[in-house]
Design a protein around this ligand. Sequence first.
Ligand code: GLA
Length: 690
Amino acid sequence: MLEIGGDGRTWLLSGPTSSYALSLTEDDSLLHLHWGPRIELADAEELAGRPLPPYRGFESQLDGQEEYPVEGGPRFVRPALSVRTDEVRGTEWAFHAYEVEDDELRLRFTDHGLGITLHYRMRHDVVERWVTLANEGPVVEVLRADSATWTLPLREDWRLSLLHGRWAAESRLVRTDLTYGEKVIGSRRGHTGHQHLPWVALDTEGATEERGEVYGCALGWSGSWRICVAQLPDARVQITGGAGYDDSGLLRLATGESYTTPVFAGLWSDGGHGGASRAWHAYQREYVIPDADRDRPVLYNSWEATEFDISEDQQRELARRAAAMGVELFVVDDGWFGKRTSDRAGLGDWTPNPDRFPAGLKPLADDVHALGMQFGIWVEPEMVNPDSDLYRAHPDWVQFQPGRKRTELRNQLVLNLARGDVQEYLWEKLDDLLSSAPVDYVKWDFNRAFTDAGWPGEPYPQKLWVEHVHAFYKLLDRLRAAHPGVAFESCSGGGGRIDLGVMARTDQVWTSDNTDPLDRLAIQHGFSQIHPARVMAAWVTDSPNTQLNGRVSSLRLRFVSAMAGVLGVGGDLTTWSEEELAEAREWVGLYKEIRPVVQRGDLYRLRPPAGGLSAVQYVLGDEVVVLAWLQAQHYGEPAAPLRLRGLDSAESYECRETGEVHRGAVLLHHGLPTGLRGDFDATVIRLRRI
Ligand code: GLA
């Protein structure tokens, strides 16, 4: 809902529980008024009438007050917008007009021919913000154009939550006190990166998992990015974020050209971190993730089992075993195309390897379909191995700088997707591929960062960083439109490309190359802060763990860990015993039963993974699912009963496992015993309101 003050210079956006308000001063400064619980227009107008602090020789009246601080004038905070022409640097805008279209508010400003439009849209309790620049004046160099600056109310003792990591260790939650100065996270790698998910949360006044005020901000951008959390000298907190890591030049806009920033979304919740996560999940399921009401199938992928050593017969045999286990989607990972028998060759040549698939992928795809499963493949379109037909034909299609070395990581180079000819090549190859065999699913990988992002011959090569991401999005959008039955997974060596931008055009994401069931609990705990289980792919792989640590763990632990997201199986099924295959079949069957609740329900993190007992709970209508894990039992003490959440205290719930009936109030206040004991134990408990 959007309300506008009588003078046409105050705006109030409201969602079910929260409001966001802003206003223009007489001299066209755009001030932030409110972000928090729902307020009325009269409240916003009172705030708009409050005088600004006075100017002093060393302090700005505007710092910490503005919606979108531009560079220039009496401002010393980090500018969200930094531009220059041949003559001047910075911005002095004049308000032009506001527009409302559907649920979107647009505030238009101009500065010597440069149109600057701030966009606002409230969806549930999430405020989406972005900016467009449209140049009708002389050439403008855009050094930085952030999507938004968020301003928090004056409170004491803010805490900052971040998700940090690296390859095979993504999205680990850290929570620290915020202090004066700036905390900057981001990626200067050309992709979202494993190092941080583009999300921060700030809480105050002792907020907990289920209580208190939490502010969250998440960026929808799959290239380099930066989020800066600043506590200003007057204790006010601002969060500024957008595409690009630094301010050295994002793009150049000639007369008639325009640029739209990615969306930076913000959320206020007074339901603690759990409430904030549930609100983010609901928002993504309704507005971001395609077809989110369609549950994702159980998949099988042999990457960990076979790596590059694949053949049609071997895949067929694995498919037979996977189908017998109840798997619904069989995926051929790396190694099916070109000369791709190792990571040294083949990327770029997107036709089936004739030695491995003499008649193409169709015969295998048909067999997989005949087994009652969907068929999927792996691709990594943005990359090329120097040892490939594509690179031999077009060595100038990669990112490089003349006279400098072309840095190979994982023996591959990055294609310059900003080039129209590269875009067209990839479109044709991928469109052909999806037309040549009945493919239902594509795992789209991105296995190295940018290092030599040059573009010889292009007068403004910096634009490559932004245009690569736009080309990637355009390619995905075009493929989705042409092949509407095909689902896509975003992968980047695990979770290196997870953000709201890629989420809007893929059906699920590969959370991490780390499939160890214990490490995964922490990775999944962090992931769940922002993204829902519906997109969080998780595989059961072999024990001992082959990829990382040799850890031995039961099938039970591996399954219950992976059942917290979109279940997959990634072990070498040819080495699993008949008993293991039979047990796996039971787990897959159980997962299918609980899947709607896991993938579409509300998530409650009952206990974080911290070495002992941890658990999550999902609620959908009358159905409740609890997944619990006990890493290690000590001193013979029984695992504590799990106090459930989100139940009706006056209702009764029947446990599907034991047949026992529990009162909601008892489950909420005294808890549900799990019976977990020993080390690495795990359980699934289903309850139904009766
Ligand atoms: C990346 C992915 C893996 C696998 C390999 C294939 O590392 O994260 O799951 O697909 O590439 O090369």
